[in-house]
Design a protein around this ligand. Structure first.
Ligand code: FE2
Length: 169
């Protein structure tokens, strides 16, 4: 049976795979945006943050004597591709993408909140500090999406009713 340390290591690996998936998904989304520069700019900022988060979590894993799981990372990347493909097939890609991002950020928030507790239980103050710092970035991204969703939806719908203005992405 896995002990608390095994679970903690597993969760850190999951978090690492999640960040790899996030990077893949955000990069695919950002590359396809044409008419929403402010969304693209915020996504690009978060892609940079996400890369840094992945490497910070990898360092926590290594410091605890583990390695990053390739299998889980691969699954995550396949899922990320599926998400971006589904969004690209729809005529409201920018909205679908925002919904997926919003949900994903909250999954990340839940992940780091539980990792902070697990790190505390393990007495791993460095991992706890890292997860707290990452949580701040995830919450900022989630808040930005929440604040901008009304503007985005209104603009998208207005343009849908304006001849010659098709702005699916
Ligand atoms: Fe993240």
């Amino acid at each position: 049976m896995p002990d608390s340390n095994d679970h903690f290591m597993d969760w850190l690996r999951d978090a690492h795979a999640m960040e790899e998936q996030a990077e893949q998904m955000l990069t695919a989304m950002s590359a396809r945006i044409e008419t929403y520069p402010e969304v693209k700019q915020r996504l690009d900022q978060h892609i940079e943050e996400t890369r840094n988060q992945a490497s910070l979590i990898a360092q926590c894993i290594q410091r605890r004597g583990g390695d990053t799981s390739t299998v889980k990372d691969m699954t995550g990347k396949a899922m990320a591709m599926m998400h971006s493909f589904t969004a690209a097939m729809s005529s409201d890609e920018i909205i679908k993408g925002s919904l997926v991002s919003y949900a994903f950020e909250h999954f990340e928030i839940a992940t780091y909140k539980s990792l902070i507790v697990a790190a505390e239980v393990a007495g791993d103050t460095e991992t706890q500090r890292v997860c707290q710092a990452i949580l701040v970035e995830e919450e900022a991204m989630a808040n930005w999406l929440a604040d901008n969703m009304p503007i985005l939806v209104k603009r998208f719908l207005q343009h849908a009713d304006t001849p010659g203005l098709s702005e699916k992405r």
